[in-house]
Design a protein around this ligand. Sequence first.
Ligand SMILES: [Zn+2]
Length: 425
Amino acid sequence: MRSADIRFWLLATCLPALTALRLGVLWHPSPAPTELPADLEFLTAAPEPRRLARTLGSDDSIYQSLKRQPLSEAQVAELIGAIKPVFNLRSDSRPLDRYNLVLDPAGEVQRFEYLSQLEPERPLVVERQAGRLVGRREVLPLEKRTEAIEVRIVDNMSNAIEAAGEGQELTDQIADEIFGSVIDFTQDLRRGDRLGIVCEKFYQQGRFIRYGKVLLARYQGEKVSQLGVYYRDGDGHHHYYDAQGNSLNRRFINYPLPFRGINSRFNTARFHPILKKPRPHLGTDYAAGQGTMVWATASGRVVHAGWGGGYGNMVEIDHGKGYHSRYAHLSRVSVREGQRVDQKTPLGRVGATGLATGPHLHYELIRKGRHLNPESVNRDIQGEPLPRSYLADFANRRDQLLSQLAGSTQLAVHTGSLSAAVVAE
Ligand SMILES: [Zn+2]
């Protein structure tokens, strides 16, 4: 059975129980009636409140939906008035959002509960208190799960992650945060490469809400293989480390913009989201949409910010030790000369100013007048290695996460056999 099937089966089994449990907390059902002798029941049986469960239609609004319920216009207005201070009726609601309405026997609104898909962890609750309807947002606890995911590269990483049914937030974490300096995802990927991920995912009532941290990422490729393990030491430092406990930080990150901003949509067969240019061209051109954020590849000081002739709007940074980087053809510049920047500080936006036929980012990394490849600069590890006293604990953590990955991939027969021992560095 494939892991996806198993996951589905588990969900199908656990969900009803879980949902029932959670619904009890969220929807506050009326307490079970206390048992009374049958002949006394008619004396005490109060009329039950009326409970309506509704779902917004595809081009519905909360207001329109409420108007179709058995409520007077004054009641709808009162309810809307209580919602407004805590909930934006236009931007916080979505088609197919669900709500419950509780009316007392006289038909007066007692309670309104609204579960928005945008923020399911913060349901809107309106309750009658001392005769007045008062609205508030509740905060529901999220359930954190750790899951292992195995993806196979066909054309590029973000497509592979999407094909595995996962979200692009994972691509951001892996390409920009974890391996941003040690793997060039625009050039080093090959068809059939494997990427294993162990990450935290947050659920509410069995429904996926958002990702937490990626705890481990393992890239096993034809050209590059790399392990990244998240570790927080006893002194509160937390970083991604390789298998030996060396930091994955380097002086430069590989690309001058978020990986997902690099436009590779039209290069599915090969891995060249980079524009080809005739020889005398110095630097790298990244195809990217107009307005895509551009960031500093390393910390330093801005030595040029503004018009630069054929470069158009250009930012140049002095990184010390003779290293400079340039970012050209920008539509907007958001730093000033003299300003200090960190790695990934936004510098401006992609454009087509100067000698450019269309929006793209021209990037140069220079040392003493010579143009460099970031890979040649990034051989030295930056940042502190893990202190020796934490190495044993780190190794335990690493192996525990690797076995979690191995466990999941054993189920996923179609991805081939993998084991924790196969960790090429
Ligand atoms: Zn160029």
